[in-house]
Design a protein around this ligand. Structure first.
Ligand SMILES: Nc1ncnc2c1ncn2[C@@H]1O[C@H](COP(=O)(O)OP(=O)(O)O)[C@@H](O)[C@H]1O
Ligand SMILES: [Mg+2]
Length: 542
């Protein structure tokens, strides 16, 4: 594409008259374009494409039937494509290097062109798997678009889009990037068993028939850096998925607040809430849950009488909590505390994936909430200690959750641990990576705390609005969001990229595995030695 600036302002962006040899059909919303001003080069996104004429009356005539030559003579230069551009960054043309936010606009008649590979590298950096990590390419280009990983993890981030648009794949890429660079340690609540070990993907063979294939999980790419905990070992075995530890929760770990998060799933009313708090007060926060589980009918009657509680309310609460007692990982007593083990791994710089197997939403929400609460508390403690002693700083932690809106809905958000983490920003060295298909279900205050947003196609207006709350230039980005393909395209905006950009998501395939797998021989040797040691120990035991 080539053209010239005809009009513009800082607030509305600039308009470009497309050179006559190009047609409007060649210019897509979201394309990356460069304006060559006299002093500055401006990096921009196409936000709109229109047909215009110097003589508006001509627009209503049809020239379809004229032959090529006649059309050229009659229409000539008077009907043309008009491209709206949003300059987002500028760079001094003399001094190569730093780009900065746009504070001027290019003069009239400045030439406009499609971006080149050098432009993309200038703005987004060149991939080095340490700071700059390639997430894809601009539309219709092959040069890598990088996110800045330390900036990505520095604040909360979110990967959004409706079902089937490629969120899980983008999340895999981002997690692999973080793991590779060690920009942070990951704690991943893997609701659908997609990140730890192998997962299946369905793909159109090209004739409408779906074909199943496998994609590698983090543990396969980074065997010595990733540890998998499972809540459902049976499911892992069935799927042939490896895991390192099993997690169980003890009755003593459940507080009334943990149960309250499940209010709507368990259909708890205010009486139930009150009863829980009363029980916890009387029996102790560590005992109420287990004691209530075991209470027989007669015992309950006596207890209610003795403590002036309403028997019906007690019975109803026990009935409603039965779904929680019955969760397979819920135990009276547990052999070890998973949180201690997880913390040991995180401190050693290992990444932890928690797999849920066939655990349903209720179990997922409860476990995710309880573990996060305790790990966060542990982080707060360690960070405070670090601030006092300047020793043993815990590594930056990124907690990834799927179905984020379940934990961050406006009704819940003020009270949940996740909202607390989002609000604290990076004070305690913990940030979130939210994965969700319903941005409108997430509390708007939390949405506004998200530093980097990676958005696949969203077509519900309320979701688009929620995504763009508080975003500068929302009007232009809205057009771009609506125009994304329904698969493997995304708009990235915020802290980790110097300017918003539309990408075709990098393929997560054999080539990617080759580019990312552990190449540090020392580390590979270490993993190998550990494996040999394990085998040796096994032999000894026999
Ligand atoms: N980066 C990618 N590399 C390879 N395949 C992809 C990629 N992104 C999307 N896909 C394809 O699109 C399908 C849906 O992507 P997925 O991430 O599972 O969607 P979502 O999590 O948004 O529902 C996948 O099964 C896969 O076939
Ligand atoms: Mg998914």
């Amino acid at each position: 594409m080539k053209g010239r600036i005809v009009r513009g302002s800082i607030s509305t962006g600039v308009e470009v008259k497309l050179d006559p040899q190009y047609t409007v059909e060649d210019v897509k919303v979201g394309n990356f374009a460069v304006i060559e001003g006299r002093k500055y080069r401006y990096f921009s996104l196409v936000s709109d494409v229109k047909i215009e004429s110097t003589n508006p009356a001509m627009l209503v005539d049809s020239f379809e039937d004229e032959d090529e030559l006649a059309r050229e003579i009659i229409v000539g230069d008077s009907i043309f494509g008009n491209i709206s551009l949003n300059p987002m960054l500028m760079a001094d043309k003399e001094q190569v290097g730093e780009t900065r936010a746009v504070r001027t606009i290019p003069p009239h008649s400045s030439p406009v062109r499609t971006a080149t590979d050098e432009d993309v590298a200038h703005v987004f950096g060149s991939p080095d798997n340490k700071v700059f990590f390639s997430m894809g390419t601009p539309l219709e280009m092959d040069s890598p678009v990088c996110v800045n990983l330390p900036k990505l993890v520095e604040r909360c981030s979110g990967i959004f889009g409706k079902a089937g648009t490629g969120k899980t794949f983008l999340t895999r890429l981002a997690l692999a990037g973080i793991t590779k660079s060690q920009a942070a340690v990951n704690l991943i609540f893997d609701a659908h068993n997609e990140y730890g070990w192998e997962a299946t993907k369905e793909e159109d063979r090209g004739d409408g028939v779906l074909q199943e294939s496998h994609v590698k999980g983090l543990k396969q790419l980074f065997p010595s850096r990733v540890v998998i905990f499972t809540l459902d070992p049976e499911s892992s075995r069935r799927r042939g998925a490896k895991f390192d530890h099993e997690i169980n929760l003890a009755h003593s770990q459940i507080t009334p607040e943990d149960v309250l998060l499940l209010q709507s799933q368990l259909n708890l009313n205010s009486t139930a809430t009150e009863t829980m708090h009363l029980l916890s007060g009387k029996m102790g926060a560590e005992h109420w849950f287990g004691l209530l589980a075991e209470m027989a009918a007669e015992e309950m009657k006596d207890y209610a009488e003795e403590h002036g509680l309403h028997l019906g309310a007690l019975q109803a609460l026990q009935r409603k909590l039965k779904r929680v007692y019955d969760l397979p990982f819920m135990k009276d007593k547990i052999p070890f505390d998973a949180v201690d083990k997880i913390m040991q791994y995180l401190n050693a710089g290992k990444h932890v994936v928690i797999e849920f197997g066939s655990t349903q939403l209720l179990g997922y929400m409860m476990v995710t909430n309880i573990l996060t609460k305790r790990i966060h508390a542990e982080y707060v403690r360690r960070m405070e200690k670090y601030q006092a002693t300047r020793e043993n700083k815990p590594p930056h932690l990124v907690i990834s959750i799927e179905e984020a809106h379940r934990f961050l809905s406006p009704e819940l958000a003020r009270d949940t641990i996740f909202a607390t983490i989002a609000r604290e920003m990076r004070k305690f060295n913990v940030t979130l990576l939210l994965v969700d298909q319903r941005t409108s279900g997430i509390d708007s205050e939390v949405m506004s705390q998200i530093g980097t947003k990676i958005a696949c196609k969203l077509d519900d207006e309320s979701d688009v609005n929620a995504l763009l709350t508080g975003v500068h230039d929302a009007k232009n980005l809205r057009n771009i969001l609506y125009s994304l393909d329904s698969k493997q395209q995304a708009l990235i905006l915020g802290h980790a990229v110097p300017m918003p950009v539309v990408i075709k998501t990098r393929n997560y395939d054999a080539q990617f595995y080759n580019e990312i797998v552990e190449t540090n021989y020392q580390e590979n040797d270490k993993a190998f030695n550990e494996m040999v040691n394990d085998m040796y120990n096994d032999d000894e035991e026999i």
